[in-house]
Design a protein around this ligand. Sequence first.
Ligand code: 5GP
Ligand code: MN
Length: 345
Amino acid sequence: LFMQDIEAIGAVIGQPLSGAAQTVLITTHQNPDADAMGSSLGLAGYLRKKGHRVTVVTPTDYGQNLYWMPGNDDVIAFDEKVRVTVAQLMEEADVIFCLDFSSLDRIRDLAPMVRQSRARKILIDHHLEPEAFADLALWDPSAAATAELVFRLIVQLGDKDLLDVPIAECLYSGLMTDTGSFRHSNTTGDVHRMAAELLDLKIDVSSIHRRIFDNVSLDKFRLLGYVLNEKLKVVPEYKFAYITLTDAELKQYRSKTGDTEGMVNYALSVEGVVMAAILIDRNDEIRLSFRSIGDFSVRELVSKHFNGGGHRNAAGGRSKLSLAETEKKLLTILPQYQQQLLETV
Ligand code: 5GP
Ligand code: MN
């Protein structure tokens, strides 16, 4: 099951030279990762080349390891100080592209603005169970990355010749990170064919990998050291490992946006572990991030118990309980999944 309104999307953005330049706003999910930013900025670069006026607006700020991306300087990260500006952009937009998220609750303060805007809304995404808010969609949950869908859009609209190094760097970043550097089970032949096409444009993949992954602040490493030493807990009877982080701990290590990203993967890497979680106290709510291997679906667990969703092997949600209560709730529901967890290899 998928939605591919490529022709209709082409009709909206296809003919700027004949006088139909559009005012476009692109947005993506909160705490945007490299696929969110890469797909958004790649699409922005492409649409600008087609003559449209484009602004990228994110619901929150994001990791500094993404600031190098072409087009980053023009991104508006929402906070209260820019509310009026952003509201105006939403008003003026002819088209709003929603990238790398499938339900409006993932864009925080931007959700009511997008909902109310009279702009045409176009979803480009690979998450499951999309909310029906968009007018058009390029939605395919079998796509490895939203960047893959942006690439597919450009190619299928016959605009492959518009791909250049800046656009390719953005799209490659999304593809590389959402496939775990081409090692997760979503790494298909199409993924490698897309990577090959981008490589043919002479992008420097080694440098991109370094800019994204080998660009870690000492504070982040110190926090990681603390977490691995003191906070990583393993529950062997459920093949489960998890981490909790309080607000005070984050402050103590001067944690910045993005510093906890990827941390949950250390828990999943522990031998014998099938499911991993990180629970983080983020002002007024607990954010939960889950990972699993094989057939065990953390999406199912999260959507049932923690008000979220995602993919089978990577999902996230939230809780309004305290951190300690959220941890307790999680440990209380584990027995329901014990058999499934123990059967997963
Ligand atoms: P992460 O754990 O890296 O924040 O998110 C992993 C995946 O879970 C994301 O790709 C996203 O699909 C999904 N996800 C994370 N948080 C939420 C949430 O609050 N709601 C929903 N529906 N999905 C989420
Ligand atoms: Mn993605």
